[in-house]
Design a protein. Structure first.
Length: 126
């Protein structure tokens, strides 16, 4: 019985690790050319307009920004928008925000377009 009680914390830790490994991309996350449902609308990022973020291993005066072009649709409408990281854009009767962009920018070489992942948030309703 003592051995079983001693194993319980180990088993819980292993279960937590397995859960973390099983995760896929976060909800509301997409790569270029792939549509994702976000709070009642659909967002398909289709181009990186600008990625001037400061590389993670460099000190910069300006942090830079990311702008992603996307097709946003819902119901019977669709609209092309440019989304700047962290800046809400009015869409339908709510706001759409590009919440995060991965991977971080490095100074060694440009990020291959296939590696970009974008996470979105839609606040409001249709």
């Amino acid at each position: 019985m003592r051995n079983a009680a001693a194993l319980l914390p180990l088993l819980l830790a292993l279960a937590a690790c397995a859960t973390g490994l099983a995760r896929t991309a976060p909800q509301n996350s997409a790569r270029l050319g792939r549509a994702v449902p976000v709070g009642g609308i659909t967002v398909r990022p289709d181009r990186v307009v600008e990625d001037s973020r400061c590389p993670r291993d460099v000190r910069c005066v300006w942090a830079g920004r990311v702008i992603v072009g996307a097709i946003v649709s819902g119901g019977g409408w669709s609209r092309r928008v440019d989304l700047t990281l962290g800046e809400p854009v009015p869409i339908a009767d709510g706001t759409l925000t590009l919440q995060s962009v991965t991977p971080e920018r490095g100074s060694a070489r440009p990020i291959p377009l296939r590696n970009y992942r974008f996470q979105f948030d839609f606040q409001g309703g249709l």
